[in-house]
Design a protein around this ligand. Structure first.
Ligand SMILES: Cc1ncc(C[n+]2csc(CCOP(=O)(O)OP(=O)(O)O)c2C)c(N)n1
Ligand SMILES: [Mg+2]
Length: 580
């Protein structure tokens, strides 16, 4: 019997469905119409969410991927549609997010002729993709798509770009999807027995080092979420009685209220884990990459610590911080093995140090930040109230800036994959479209997007996506009429010369009317709890605008290029550091 023939567009959609994906985020155009034509009456489970700008499609795919653990898929037409993907792709690369970005391309026989809307997406995206491939013939589609999914989600995940010429979308093929064979054809390098031996020897050395340590600190990053190592992380910490800090992306990989969780490291991190980094004798870094936002000036980083670095990507070893023990393997596997040899040690003095620093932060930062006074609302108060009212199944998505740091510092994280933010690239405009993707992937969760007035306006067009898709996102706008984080740096390091950071904003309430999104505004403490409750209990999308203090700064802070010993707590202290 002859196998049925289908066209390339249909073959592409079948591969996506076969990989367990139920939603594609995208935007059509002339070169990609054959795929949209197939979507028009697609008989399967695949939904398409029409965004309002292609950047939004990538961020939505990222939100979908990070909140569900699946691969996010987005698509765009050739040329401007494709180049609008770039910021999203770069964002996914920085945060190791598995997305497949399909961009249409002109007919294969027209490549290189400056054909209408021809842009070389392969050339453009080489440095910001884990892998990219141009498909010029229908026969390549099933195998290349299987490879794309494998590469996007395996090892250290990342973005894959598939540039699909128009002829390949319309040519006919006998459809056979054999991912196993396609992945074997990639000829990926296997871990050698020598490497396995080195790994197990290093696990033994690491166990001994941890067992003999008086002041160990685990620093857990996004790798914990990627390798699903939440349980193993907690087990290691509890069995060894070892405190755990997390990076910004690692927030939530251990519960906020866990007695061994000492908080977030980094520029606006908590005092305890930053100070502990400087005092620790052993640091176990898992699935984190010692970003400059975590280390400050690397010359003064963790001066007393021997460092064990666990990462699936060996290019991370020694890139920023040298580690004495390097273990290139899946975080979950390594943590499981470490659990087998770890011994409980009484570390009262060390844990008391953490307590002391926590108390210091409470007095110096939390109490004043959360105290009610006569002035306008503070961002911290809004975030804290959200945590109290929004239920444990909430997923918090943030934008970038002060809103993001307040969100990280004042939210309580009680569920896995419950925190989605743009870390490495710090992409303003990430929040709203990412939340759209989170909502698509998690219809039963409360999805809350916390944004600043600057970042919200960077992808504000995605309100149209909410309107049309009916997806539910609770938007919280922290409106300070400033590009707050840049203003903070101008305040602290540029003598308050607020160049181009003040924003004159539109009337957001009127705007919501135009989009038929129910909305509300809050400006006083008295109303805060009630307004937040109104938002979280609303059916569908809701927009809450909090008018917050205009010139508030996020503290503590470790100024860029300073060491973790140089924590500043308030505006006054900065003047000792001069203007840098
Ligand atoms: C796309 C992009 N452009 C510029 C920046 C630089 N930047 C970082 S934070 C920030 C200010 C953000 O302002 P807003 O969204 O109002 O948030 P706030 O800090 O006031 O909470 C800017 C301009 C960035 N991170 N991303
Ligand atoms: Mg702002």
């Amino acid at each position: 019997m002859k196998k049925e023939k289908i066209n390339g567009a249909e073959a592409l959609l079948r591969t996506i469905e076969a990989e367990g994906i139920d939603t594609i985020f995208g935007y059509p155009g002339g070169t990609i119409i054959p795929i949209y034509d197939k979507l028009y009456d697609w008989p399967g489970n695949l939904k398409h969410i029409l965004v309002r700008h292609e950047q939004g499609a990538v961020h939505a795919a990222e939100g979908y991927a990070r909140s569900t653990g699946k691969v996010g898929v987005c698509m765009a037409t050739a040329g401007p549609g494709a180049t609008n993907f770039i910021t999203g792709i770069a964002d996914a690369m920085m945060d190791s997010t598995p997305v497949i970005c399909i961009t249409a391309q002109v007919n294969a026989d027209k490549l290189g002729t400056n054909f209408f809307q021809e842009t070389d997406m392969i050339g453009i995206t080489i440095p910001i993709t884990k892998w990219n491939r141009q498909i010029t013939s229908v026969h390549e589609i099933p195998a290349v798509m299987a490879q794309a999914f494998h590469i996007a989600r395996s090892g250290r995940p990342g973005p894959v770009v598939i540039s699909l010429t128009k002829n390949a979308q319309v040519e006919m093929v006998e459809y056979v999807f054999n991912p196993g064979k396609a992945i074997r054809e990639l000829g990926l390098r296997k871990v050698t027995s020598r490497e396995k031996r080195i790994t197990s020897e290093n696990i033994k050395r690491a166990t001994e080092l941890l067992n003999s340590s008086r002041k160990p600190l685990i620093i857990a990053g996004q790798g914990i979420n990627i390798s699903l190592a939440w349980k193993e992380l907690e087990e290691l910490a509890v069995q060894g009685n070892i405190p755990v800090a997390t990076t910004l992306l690692g927030l939530g990989c251990i519960n906020s209220n866990h007695p061994l969780n000492v908080g977030m490291v980094g520029m606006h991190g908590n005092i305890a884990p930053n100070s502990m980094t400087q005092q620790a004798d052993v640091i176990l870094a898992v699935g984190m990459r010692f970003s400059d936002r975590v280390t400050g000036d690397i010359k003064g980083y963790a001066p007393r610590a021997r460092i064990i670095h666990i990462d699936i990507d060996r290019s991370e070893f020694g890139k920023n911080i040298k580690a004495g023990i390097k273990i290139q393997a899946d975080a979950r596997e390594v943590l499981t093995q470490l659990c087998q040899g770890i011994q409980y040690r009484d570390r009262q003095e060390w844990l008391d140090f953490a307590k002391e620093k926590k108390e210091l932060e409470r007095q110096k930062i939390f109490v004043p930040q959360l105290s009610k006074d006569d002035g306008p609302l503070k961002m911290a108060q809004v975030i804290e109230a959200i945590s109290r009212h929004a239920g444990q199944e909430r997923i918090i998505v943030s934008d970038v800036g002060q809103n993001q740091m307040f969100c990280a510092r004042y939210s309580r994280f009680e569920r896995r994959r419950g925190w989605i933010t743009s870390g490495g690239l710090g992409t303003m405009g990430f929040g709203l479209p990412a939340a759209v993707g989170v909502a698509a992937g998690n219809p039963h969760s409360t999805v809350i997007a916390v944004m600043g007035d600057g970042g919200f306006q960077m992808n504000i067009q995605e309100l149209g996506t909410l309107l049309q898709s009916g997806l539910a996102v609770k938007m919280v706008l922290l409106n300070n009429s400033y590009l707050g984080m840049v203003r903070q740096w101008q305040d602290l390091f540029f003598k308050k010369r607020y160049s181009a950071t003040h924003l004159i904003n539109p009337d957001f309430q009127t705007l919501m009317k135009a989009y038929h999104i129910p909305s509300s505004k809050v400006a006083t403490h008295g109303e805060l709890d009630e307004k937040i409750k109104e938002m979280v209990t609303a059916k569908g999308s809701f927009f809450l605008e909090a008018i917050v203090r205009q010139e508030e700064n996020v503290f503590p802070m470790i100024p860029a290029d300073r060491t973790l010993d140089d924590i500043i707590y308030e505006n006054e202290k900065i003047h000792h550091h001069g203007n840098r």
